[in-house]
Design a protein around this ligand. Structure first.
Ligand code: BG6
Length: 470
């Protein structure tokens, strides 16, 4: 639909930006912090670094928050490292870790920036991992206890809470994100982990409403609509199936407290359905989100499986590159879409469609917690960074988000990835997303100085105009 006049963004729309603890903080073992699975990871692609220093935000957060204020952010989405708060996941509380997040949150609030707190972003405590991780029910209790600590500590300061970042990607791309483990039936193990995360999430949402007056909480999966490769009914069915497996499995559970029927049929058919205890259903039904957060980078396009088998897996699959599923769908390249330097398709219109479909399905306000372009940036001799490609990407997506608002979608805000350069999940430092350039290479830390990119000044102007000057 074309609108003759687009609706404006509401004056209290949150114009933010995002990061996650292990990708930005560094200081991986400072001040009593425990090791997370990310700190313990050794499978970094050749030529990329690990997360131990990252952007050194832990030591430079005050300078960074000044930059966020200058940028004009009205929200900042960050994650708390579980291992700073409870170093071994379920034992003693580390007061120094708690104090760090108080300092960060206070600095944000002093500058009128709304903190949006993710409780868990890919960085499970290594000690819990060694005891079975999400495969063990004990981790549900450990997470719920950790959540309670966060609510009690920060509940008077933080209004917006996110439970688990991209739970669906941790399950669908367990090998890429490091959750797969080496169980005899890795997929079944992953869906058992998934079930436990669902329980932890439901308990946490319930607890938030009990402990944080006025607090709002939601899940933060990676959601994008799945297109059929053609109008062939079999392709449409394949797209519906992948939509159920990729998207609705996670959002139906968060919003309705039950498994999506199509996804459940697939889990059962494959023999990978999780074990469910009687009391689980009650727990799952007891938690409800106040809004839905979602990360969006691109859409996926799929076709019906081939008779002779074959799923069209994409080389080097990561969280955005769909792999197929024998007998269900195969992933195909969408020839209508350009791709970025890392092979991810770019689809701003798909962003509008995704926002509409999710809003229509669950009728909850939406908060975009990631969207952005990973690219190779160049720091010029005069300290400038010219990133017109990033501006183009963001402008196109914001325009489509405004169209979605005009279509009737209720939006709380937009937090693109990322506020500042950080370590990419898959391609290290060289794949940059930030509005602020952090001067370091993969292995040469240099001085980690901060530089404002062209996109910084562009986003600053956009925020000043309440999103009207895209
Ligand atoms: C999301 C994650 O999957 O995508 C982020 O929540 C991640 O942690 C982002 O950095 C971009 O992915 P990548 O692999 O380019 O860093």
């Amino acid at each position: 639909m074309q609108h003759r006049q687009l609706a404006p963004f509401s004056p209290d729309f949150l114009w933010g930006a995002s990061t996650s603890a292990y990708q930005v903080e560094g200081a991986w073992d400072a001040d009593g912090k425990g090791r997370s699975v990310q700190d313990a990871r050794t499978n970094f692609p050749e030529g990329t670094t690990d997360y131990r220093v990252a952007a050194d935000h832990y030591h430079r957060f005050a300078e960074d928050v000044e930059l966020f204020a200058e940028l004009g952010l009205t929200a900042y989405r960050f994650s708390v490292a579980w291992t700073r708060i409870v170093p071994d996941g379920d034992g003693e509380v580390n007061r120094e870790g708690v104090a760090f997040y108080h300092r960060l949150i206070d600095a944000l609030l002093e500058r009128g920036i709304e903190p949006v707190l993710t409780m868990y972003h890919f960085d499970l405590p290594q000690a819990l991992h060694e005891k079975g991780g999400w495969g063990s029910r004990a981790t549900v209790d450990a997470f719920t206890r950790y959540a309670r600590i966060l609510f009690e500590e920060f509940g008077s300061k933080v209004r917006y809470w996110l439970t688990i970042n991209e739970q669906n990607m941790m399950i669908l791309h367990g090998a890429a994100i490091g959750t797969a483990g080496d169980a005899a039936n890795p997929q079944k193990a992953l869906y058992q982990q998934n079930h436990h995360m669902m329980l932890a999430q439901a308990e946490t949402m319930r607890l938030c409403h009990e402990l944080v007056p006025g607090g709002k909480i939601g899940p933060a999966p990676n959601i994008s609509v799945v297109y059929p490769a053609s109008p062939r009914p079999e392709d449409i069915l394949a797209a519906e199936d992948f939509n159920a497996i990729r998207n609705w499995l996670y959002l139906d559970m968060a919003c309705r407290g039950s498994y999506n029927p199509t996804a459940w049929a697939w889990l059962t058919e494959k023999g990978i359905a999780p074990e469910i205890a009687d009391s689980d259903l009650e727990i799952l039904a007891s938690g409800r989100p106040d809004f839905l957060a979602l990360n969006y980078y691109s859409t996926a396009t799929v076709a019906a499986p081939l008779d002779g088998g074959g799923v069209g897996a994409v080389d080097g699959a990561d969280q955005q590159l769909a792999v197929g599923e024998e007998g269900v769908f195969r992933s195909v390249r969408n020839e209508h879409l350009p791709v970025n330097a890392f092979g991810w398709e770019i689809d701003p219109v798909g962003f509008r469609t995704t926002l509409r479909v999710v809003h229509d399905r669950y009728r909850l306000p939406l908060l975009v917690t990631e969207n952005g372009l990973g690219a190779f940036d160049t720091l010029e001799a005069d300290g400038s960074v010219h990133d017109p490609y990033r501006i183009e990407y963001l402008a196109a997506h914001i325009s489509q988000m405004r169209a979605a608002v005009s279509d009737g979608v209720e939006m709380l805000g937009y937090c693109p990835w990322s506020a500042i350069d950080l370590i990419s999940t898959h391609q290290g430092v060289r794949k940059r997303y930030g509005f602020v350039y952090v001067d370091r290479d993969e292995f040469d830390l240099k001085e980690l100085k901060r530089y404002r990119k062209d996109s910084f000044f562009w986003y600053q102007q956009l925020i000043k105009s309440d999103g009207s000057e895209v």
